[in-house]
Design a protein around this ligand. Structure first.
Ligand code: DMJ
Length: 696
């Protein structure tokens, strides 16, 4: 048999217009050409004339069709420009203070202290139940933008206060909520122009992250402000791919900054949903934590206005209790790194002032510092309920104090923190290099022995062992010894693989019982292991880093929002279908940096672009589920519920100080942009110089 012959000409099926008869499907087929030939000359000329007319008409009407299309894309662009326009308020223009202005700030324990268990707060439907069906989910592209009326969010509770007084903004929630409603109604007209998608009460700006945004002007404007070291800014010759991603992170930073500037200027943290601020120490925490990020991203205007605030408003002469660790890593670290990048003496002067005010914390019987210092009165004390300090807190302030000594030629700063490391080095109670989570400020001994974790309360002890060794030019052998021993302890006691998918994770040990639980905080470890391997430590550290990096990536990828929970549990049973289990109390995401931090190290050292891609996915998820339309990003309650992620109304300072900075560095292909051979990043992502090795 032969296959049916292929037709090499186009034929049209023409039915006889005069015949209504049903011919049993046998229509007469004629080729166009034959039909054409049957026409008279006049008929043919007429048809040709008509065709020509049609063509001319088509050509004439093209601009208006094009206009219609352009109209759509112009609107998109306008909306983006509108966003930028709002960002571009004149430098120094100081936004109105929120309702808590002038109140005495009360300190609260920081998020590093670990996963705060916060019950889910029901968020009322903004559009009613029908809206869910209509919108179906967060991935709906919003092209035509019906004016959606934005309803105010109720104020949410943040993490519970662990210190006296609680968070000022939490206790003033009711009053603030009423004021917000008024504020919102005033802004209603403006809101109509905004690009908002709302479902089940979650108001998220339509995803702009996938658009390639940079304009030539913006790129020019982004040129960094006369760097002290020109290598510490973005190379202008990066390939087109990464440039888009860099610009998207920059846009995310601007959006976060806009929220902070509009509603929380000069205060510690933005509460982006209630459009107000939270106070922790009353020291402009977010502003200072963000300084070097702005420098690195080349955000000149933003940097200038922030610097102006530091110059005119920032004072440490305040009767306020601050947490030694948090203040050191975020504020002291931020000021020191900004001094190094900008060369501006202002930041060093502020760092010196703060450093000297933190010193009373070290006046303890054991020389293990107290957790809290009153920087105005010069007094220090442990938390109310204990005389213990957290292990990570007393062993993760060294990079900053040591650097302060270097810069000021005042050895005392370095001496007090080195003393802590010496004491911990000699202390009994470790378990193959793993350390307990608490240390007593009176006795100088570990307390609550027998519990070992690389998560909350212990994490950065391990990180700073390695980083101090690198900072000091790899000469301090005790630090290296403690680090190597600790990693052996981790491998021996804490590393396991899941049953179903063989994911490697770091669990916890509690009185010899293994707990298959890992905080998101532990995701700093792949980066630290990679840093060590790059500095000559064993190659199997890098192997472990690669495996753990995969697990941290899966902690995002396997969640419905693409964002990691605060804590993951892992299944050791091969029969359970899932590798990762998330308990209801652990489903929140605080915009933490650890995974993107490690992705940055992994990409720098391997050049494997999959790490950039993983970071890109995370950034897009942040944009989809945590971006607040009027400015800022918010922590969320439930990473498993893309329909109602449950905004928690808090933007942590580390989102700007760390998360966005590491994403930016991850997407940059410029290895000289904060070279890891020249800088060591403190645990809040503030780069400090590696000291030159002493002559041998
Ligand atoms: C930051 O303050 C620091 O990275 C700290 O080491 C851990 N906690 C937060 C970020 O999660």
């Amino acid at each position: 048999m032969y296959p049916p012959s292929r037709k090499d000409f186009i034929s049209l099926t023409l039915s006889d217009p005069h015949s209504n008869a049903y011919n049993n499907g046998k229509h007469r087929r004629q080729s166009c050409w034959r039909k054409w030939k049957q026409l008279s000359r006049l008929q043919r000329s007429l048809i040709l004339f008509l065709l020509a007319l049609l063509l001319i008409f088509g050509l004439l009407s093209y601009p208006s069709i094009a206009e219609q299309w352009r109209g759509i894309s112009d609107r998109e662009e306008w909306l983006e420009l509108n966003d930028r326009g709002l960002n571009a308020a004149p430098p120094g223009a100081k936004p109105e203070l929120g309702p808590d202005a002038g109140k005495t700030p009360a300190p609260v324990a920081g998020p590093h202290l670990g996963p705060a268990v916060v019950p889910d707060v029901a968020v009322p439907d903004a559009l009613g139940p029908d809206a869910v069906e209509e919108l179906k989910g967060p991935n709906i592209p919003i092209l035509a933008k019906p004016p959606i009326k934005k309803k105010p969010f109720p104020s949410k509770r943040g993490p519970p206060s662990l210190q006296k007084g609680g968070n000022v903004s939490d206790t003033a929630g009711g009053e603030r909520q009423e004021q917000e409603v008024v504020h919102d109604e005033e802004g209603e007209e403006e809101d109509k122009e905004k690009k908002i998608v709302s479902w089940r009460g979650a108001m998220i700006e339509a995803d702009q992250a996938t658009e390639p945004p940079p304009s030539t002007n913006e790129k020019e404007a982004a040129a960094p402000p006369a760097p002290a070291n020109p290598a510490d800014t973005v190379s202008q010759t990066v390939s087109p791919g990464p440039v888009d991603r860099l610009e998207v992170v920059r846009e995310a930073f601007r959006h976060a900054w806009k929220g902070y500037k509009d509603y929380a200027w000069g205060h510690d943290e933005l509460k982006p949903i209630s459009k107000t601020f939270g106070e922790w120490f009353g020291l402009g925490l977010t502003l200072i934590d963000s300084l070097d990020t702005m420098w690195i991203m080349g955000l000149k205007e933003e940097f200038a206005e922030a610097k102006d605030w530091v110059e005119k408003e920032l004072t440490f002469q305040k009767n306020v209790d601050v947490n030694l660790f948090e203040t050191t890593i975020r504020i002291l670290g931020g000021l020191l790194s900004t001094y190094h990048l900008s060369g501006d003496q202002l930041f060093l002067d502020k760092a010196k002032d703060l450093g000297s005010r933190l010193m009373p914390a070290f006046k303890t019987p054991s020389k293990i510092p107290f957790s809290d210092v009153n920087i105005g009165k010069g007094t220090a004390h442990p938390p109310r309920w204990t005389s213990d300090s957290t292990l990570a807190e007393v062993t993760s302030i060294q990079l900053e104090f040591r650097e302060l000594s270097h810069l000021t030629q005042e050895p005392l700063y370095q001496e007090v923190v080195n003393e802590v490391m010496k004491l911990v080095h000699k202390l009994p109670g470790k378990h193959d290099g793993l350390v307990p989570m608490f240390i007593n400020t009176n006795s100088g001994q570990f307390s609550h022995k027998g519990v070992f974790t690389l998560g909350a309360r212990a994490d950065s002890y391990y990180e700073y062992l390695l980083k101090q060794w690198i900072q000091g030019g790899k000469t301090e052998d005790d630090l290296l010894e403690d680090y190597l021993q600790a990693i052996e302890g981790v491998k021996k006691h804490l590393v396991r693989q899941t049953g179903p998918g063989r994911l490697t994770f770091v669990g916890e040990l509690s009185h010899n019982r293994f707990n298959a639980k890992m905080d998101h905080l532990v995701c700093f470890l792949p980066g630290t292991l990679a840093l060590g391997a790059h500095n000559g430590l064993p190659g199997d550290h890098m192997d472990l880093a690669v495996q753990l990096m995969e697990t941290c990536h899966q902690m995002y990828k396997q969640m419905e929002t693409g964002l990691s929970p605060e804590i993951a549990h892992f299944s050791l049973q091969a029969s359970d279908g899932h590798d990762i289990i998330v308990k209801p109390a652990d489903r929140h995401n605080l915009l933490r940096p650890e995974t993107v931090e490690s992705l940055f190290y992994m990409y720098r050292y391997t050049k494997d672009t999959k790490y950039q891609d993983w970071g890109w996915e995370i950034l897009q998820s942040f944009n989809k589920y945590t971006k607040v339309p009027d400015g800022g990003y918010t922590s969320i309650n439930n990473v498993r519920d893309p329909v109602n992620p449950g905004p928690r109304d808090k933007m942590e300072s580390f989102f700007l100080g760390e998360t966005l900075k590491y994403l930016y560095l991850l997407f940059s292909d410029d290895l000289e942009l904060l070279s890891l051979d020249k800088y060591v990043f403190n645990t809040e992502a503030h780069p400090l110089p590696i000291w030159p090795s002493p002559p041998k």
